[in-house]
Design a protein around this ligand. Structure first.
Ligand code: ZN
Length: 165
């Protein structure tokens, strides 16, 4: 396992639509181990592969609160409901946070890297809904700052935001 430097906004890899994983082989398992280690070191509650320079659709999330950690390959949001304001941060935009609108609940779908089988993840937890949207945005080349009404809405991080991922 290794801690990989996290790419920052402005790096083109964060703006690519990441490729789908065709085969979950040992390189994908190694990638996921590196992502866990890098995320916990940061520390953050989620990380997407493009954030460590790998343009593949792979995400890891651990929001705590008794919710088991989740790794998903080729994830997508298949259902969203509700709207709420959240105070969000991103490991690729260090030192800043911003208030944006996220869904209240989401259902995500993807492959469980351990079994290779398709799984659905229902967000029973607000942070999990936010993290799923945040990470799945990353593999589609989207950053939360894209949702800010203006660049002024990006504020220096005084208090920690709800999520940094
Ligand atoms: Zn992020």
């Amino acid at each position: 396992m290794a801690i990989i430097p996290i790419r920052r906004a402005g790096d083109p890899v964060l703006r690519e639509k990441a490729r789908r994983v065709r085969t979950i082989d040992s390189s994908i398992h190694k990638l996921i181990e590196d992502m866990w280690e890098t995320m916990y070191d940061a520390p953050g509650v989620g990380l997407a592969a493009p954030q460590i320079g790998v343009s593949l659709k792979v995400v890891v999330i651990d929001v705590g609160n008794g919710v088991p950690p989740i790794a998903l390959v080729n994830p997508e949001i298949v259902k969203r409901s509700g709207e709420r304001k959240v105070d969000e941060g991103c490991l690729s935009v260090p030192g800043y946070r911003g208030e944006i609108i996220r869904s209240v609940k989401v259902v995500a779908q993807g492959l469980d890297p351990k079994t290779g089988k398709e799984v659905r993840v229902r967000s029973e937890d607000d942070l999990l809904a936010e993290a799923l949207e945040h990470e799945i945005d990353h593999v589609n080349g989207i950053l939360y700052i894209d949702y800010l009404p203006s660049p002024d809405a990006l504020v220096p991080m005084g208090n920690a935001p709800e999520i940094t991922a």
